[in-house]
Design a protein around this ligand. Structure first.
Ligand SMILES: Nc1ncnc2c1ncn2[C@@H]1O[C@H](COP(=O)(O)OP(=O)(O)O)[C@@H](O)[C@H]1O
Ligand SMILES: [Mg+2]
Length: 216
């Protein structure tokens, strides 16, 4: 596929992912709030302040969840800054994740990654972001290890957690999940390779190789 088509495909995958997140999260919360308000309006609660207070408390909790989900989506959408090293972009993200969720990213580098063209920095960062978010959301662990190694020929990213693991065949065929599919699209765009090793109960290991020859 030519680059333009790949870019388009990656963008479409990203849009589907965001749409799915809004659909599963905030949109569902808002629908639940509406339903509760309808019920309240239908019942005659004027003589029951205790019931009104209880209902309002529950609605408040749903609004709070909704707000958290919204903030999560906005946080993930933050654009990758230009003209700064990939390292600092990642370190900022890891610090945010730690502050927000207490989730630890153990990060090591071999060789010093350079400043790549912005489309590459963005793609690489989004790959790492999705993998870290997946370990945080799905693996049931409190940390993930990342090793970034740069050589003349390629950039290698190894992301590993000791969590619940999953059936990779299933995850790939699930039409409603776009995170890993989006990672694959980005890797294709960079003409790289991605290998995911995971089994239920046995943790997850993702190896991404991105060729650098002729890029810098
Ligand atoms: N590190 C991981 N540990 C355990 N399960 C995972 C991990 N990464 C992905 N999964 C599983 O694969 C599914 C698909 O992941 P993904 O495509 O990123 O979609 P999403 O994160 O939106 O669910 C997840 O729903 C989860 O069940
Ligand atoms: Mg995901």
């Amino acid at each position: 596929m030519e680059t333009e088509k790949k870019l388009l495909a990656a963008r479409e995958a990203e849009r589907r992912k965001i749409a799915r997140e809004i659909h599963d999260g905030s949109a569902q919360s808002l629908a639940a709030i509406l339903l509760r308000l309808d019920l309240m309006a239908a019942e005659n609660l004027s003589n029951n302040p205790e019931e009104i207070r209880r209902e309002l408390q529950q609605i408040k909790e749903i609004v709070q969840d909704c707000l958290n989900e919204m903030r999560q989506i906005l946080f993930d959408l933050k654009p990758v800054r230009e003209n700064i090293s990939l390292l600092s972009v990642m370190e900022d993200f890891f610090a945010d994740i730690k502050a927000k969720y207490g989730f630890i990213v153990e990060f090591k580098t071999k060789g010093i990654p350079q400043i790549y063209p912005v489309y590459m920095q963005t793609a690489i960062f989004r790959l790492v972001q999705e993998a870290v978010n997946n370990s945080r959301k799905h693996a049931g662990v409190s940390k993930v290890q990342i090793i970034l190694s740069e050589s003349k020929e390629q950039l290698e990213i190894l992301i590993e957690d000791q969590g619940s693991g999953f059936d990779t065949n299933r995850a790939f065929i699930n039409e409603n999940r776009f995170g890993i599919a989006g990672m694959q699209e980005r890797v294709d765009l960079l003409e790289g390779r991605m290998k995911i090793q995971s089994k239920p109960g046995a943790g997850t290991q993702i190896l991404i190789e991105i060729p650098l020859k002729g890029r810098n």
